[in-house]
Design a protein around this ligand. Structure first.
Ligand code: ADE
Length: 225
């Protein structure tokens, strides 16, 4: 998968992709991530990328031209299945969208908004999908883009060492994950449930499933509907 991220503050995106699982996914050539500075595509003398909103009102709006130029340049090289805009008014991200994106996309562009948003004409004519990571407003789309990209990439086969660990994540069956423990089995009197040290794999699997249902019923009953 190739992911091109357009940002007005690219430095915000450096660290999420340069460590751990996402770094290894790139080293293994499973995914290529390119971060583009929208400002590099500005043709104005001051390299400006935003302007006042028509009709007045507080806040600056990201202009069409630099974003359109950047996308046109990228699209000359390859076709993109989706051009995603990170926005609090987009469809709410969930595990099923992540699964879908991880299997269906080969080339994707992700646009990070800033200021009061982007010129509506980009949304009307260029963007194919809008995604929100939650009902709250961030200062920009970069952190949201990092969340989306992380959640999608870890699902691509080969990214996680043990593929089953993505399959047993919370939300994969609309269930929260069961609790996990590691050594020591007794920490100052806080003991690990005995079943987990019994060696009875069938009983352990059953216990984990029951705990998943119990956790989901208690914390996220909406998932069970
Ligand atoms: N940009 C600002 N807030 C956001 C959110 N909640 N989700 C996606 N992009 C955003």
């Amino acid at each position: 998968m190739r992911i091109d991220i357009l940002s007005a503050v690219p430095s915000l995106l450096e660290s999420p992709f340069s460590d751990s699982i996402l770094k290894r996914a790139q080293e293994k050539n499973i995914v290529e991530i390119y971060i583009h500075n929208i400002r590099d595509y500005s043709t104005s003398k001051q390299k400006s990328i935003d302007d006042y909103a028509f009709g007045g009102g507080a806040g600056m709006v990201l202009s069409i031209d630099p974003i359109d130029k950047c996308i046109k340049q990228l699209s000359k090289e390859r076709d993109y299945e989706e051009i995603i805009y990170m926005s609090p008014d987009g469809e709410l991200l969930n595990q099923s969208i992540c699964n879908q994106l991880s299997t269906q996309l080969k080339n994707v562009i992700v646009i990070c908004g800033h200021y009061k948003g982007i010129d509506q004409r980009i949304r009307d004519h260029i963007i194919t999908r809008e995604i929100s990571i939650g009902d709250y407003v961030l200062s920009g789309g970069e952190l949201a883009a990092a969340v989306l990209v992380d959640a999608v990439i870890r699902l691509i086969p080969g990214v996680l060492n043990n593929e089953t660990s993505a399959l047993t994540d919370s939300f994969q069956d609309n269930l929260l994950a069961p609790p996990v423990y590691t050594r020591p089995s007794n920490y100052n009197g806080w003991k690990v449930p005995e079943i987990l040290t019994s060696g009875n794999l069938k009983a352990i699997e059953k216990w984990r499933h029951e705990k998943s249902i119990e956790q989901t019923t208690k914390r996220r009953p909406d998932l069970l509907k």
